[in-house]
Design a protein around this ligand. Structure first.
Ligand code: ATP
Ligand code: MG
Length: 458
């Protein structure tokens, strides 16, 4: 992202001279009075402002300059302001520094000194931003690792935040790749058990005859090869959370044993007669329809009621309004960085295809497709074909005339959601949407979207 400098100077000659002191690598904004400076401040969010204190209607004094300095420091306190004063005007320079300006520069113009002072302020601003980012890792939602903007996912996240601290046995259902494991970990991380173990076991991945000893452990000599005793997953999770993934695939015989554990909270290691008391919070997940499994006789109804004290149903990606694009953009950013291909973006046909595609494999499938696209793309713009998605050309051409309209509606909805999600924090909302803050300001202006939670005055 290029660095941004705003030059506030009412003398047009001097303004253009200053402009030419800086290379094209800087994005430069110009303003000649307090109002135009404030508009530019909102629009471009400069890193550094050079501020001539003598602005109209008080070009000979410094009242307008000081008023503007106060505005800037209040509206955008992270901005570095360099005040520009007259030749002998030490007093105002000192006063401005006292108010919070970061540096001062005295006329007449000297290109070398001006660029030096501005570059120093830009560097400082960059360091401060890096520092902020390091201490404040951004997130799509308040829950670690979960990117979402749709009302459907917001509901799930809110429920999760309520359920996490309660020690209830929780069943997470949803199609493959919807984020069930991610949510299970979040339940643990947001509980009072967070500092204790999180032990996960995938009931579908372990052969039936091994699953019992994996879960419950065994005593030395319990079977051939059991040369010493071993704790099972349930015992390893003691004090923390036990995550039983793909619980729908658990064999019937083990279901009875698990039910007994959930009722009595003791485990019987295989080959042992000494039950061991264990304190765990149990979280289960499955992509299967448990009700159907029960009807077919493949799942115990009484176990189902035990494990589903609370059920979190994670909606499929196609049923979350706007999430596909928001997650795709977030993945493009994070995977692009990981894979050393930053600054990629989706072309229009990719955006349309991502929104149209039903994502049967949900976020997991999306991760694979975005990774592939990052590898395959020529240039910086990822097309639908790089994602191996069909962009329905007929719908695209049929809707081409109003594609702009469709995009604008979607954009404005996503922005509103992001603002609400982030509690009207512009920086966070921008990150959520995968755009810069200035772009977000432009869009909220364009669509006339409230940027604060205060009701607008009528
Ligand atoms: N909302 C989300 N934001 C960001 N990443 C997500 C989100 N949901 C899922 N993921 C990522 O997608 C991948 C799949 O998620 P996860 O393993 O939790 O899904 P699952 O429902 O357990 O899938 P399966 O049924 O296949 O086991 C993970 O890499 C996870 O980090
Ligand atoms: Mg899973």
């Amino acid at each position: 992202m290029s660095k941004r400098l705003l030059i506030v100077e009412d003398d047009p000659g001097l303004q253009s001279q200053m402009r030419w002191c800086f290379s094209d690598e800087l994005e430069i904004g110009l303003a000649n009075d307090r109002d135009s400076a404030l508009a530019a401040l909102r629009r471009m969010e400069p890193d550094v402002v050079t501020l001539d204190l003598g602005l109209p209607p008080d070009p000979g004094g410094a009242s307008q300059g000081f008023a503007l300095l106060e505005d800037i420091l209040r509206l955008a306190p992270q901005t570095k302001v360099i005040v520009v004063t007259g030749r002998e005007d030490k007093e105002n320079a000192v006063k401005a520094i006292g108010m919070g300006a970061s540096d001062f520069y005295q006329k007449p113009l000297d290109a070398d000194i001006l660029t030096f002072v501005v570059n120093r302020a830009l560097r400082l601003s960059e360091l401060e931003r890096e520092n902020r980012e390091l201490t404040n890792q951004p997130n799509g939602t308040s829950i670690k690792g979960i990117v979402a903007a749709s009302p459907q996912m917001m509901t799930v996240c809110r429920t999760l935040e309520k359920v996490a601290p309660a020690d209830v046995t929780t069943l997470i259902t949803g199609e493959t790749g919807t984020g069930k494991e991610l949510l299970a970990r979040a339940l643990h991380d947001l509980s009072h058990r967070a500092s204790k173990p999180f032990a996960a076991i995938n009931c579908a991945a372990i052969p039936e005859n091994l699953l019992e000893s994996e879960l419950f452990g065994y005593e030395k000599g319990a079977f051939t090869g059991a040369t010493q005793s071993k704790k099972g997953k349930i015992e390893t999770a003691n004090g923390g959370t036990l995550f039983l993934d793909e619980i729908g695939d658990m064999p019937m015989a083990l279901q009875s044993k698990l039910l007994r554990f959930l009722q009595e909270r003791v485990v019987d290691r295989v080959g042992s007669v000494q039950p061991v008391a264990v304190d765990v919070r149990v979280v289960c997940a499955t992509h299967r329809e448990v009700k159907q499994l029960i009807e077919k006789g493949d799942f115990r109804e009484d176990l189902y009621y035990r494990i589903s004290e609370i059920t979190l149903d994670v909606p499929a990606l196609r049923d979350r309004d706007g999430d596909a694009l928001v997650i795709a953009n977030s993945l493009l950013k994070s995977l692009g960085k990981q894979m050393d291909r930053p600054n990629l973006s989706f072309a229009e046909d990719a955006v349309a295809a991502i929104s149209q595609y039903p994502w049967p494999g949900n976020v997991r499938e999306m991760i694979n497709k975005v990774k592939r696209a990052i590898i395959m793309v020529d240039g910086k713009r990822i097309g639908a074909d790089d994602l191996e998605l069909e962009c329905d050309k007929t719908t695209l051409s049929n809707t081409q005339l109003n594609l702009r309209q469709v995009r604008e509606t979607a954009e404005s909805q996503a922005i509103t959601q992001a603002l609400q999600t982030s509690g009207f924090n512009m920086a966070q909302a921008a990150r959520l949407l995968g755009i810069t803050r200035p772009t977000l300001y432009n869009l909220t202006d364009k669509y006339n979207i409230e940027t604060s939670s205060e009701p607008s005055s009528v």
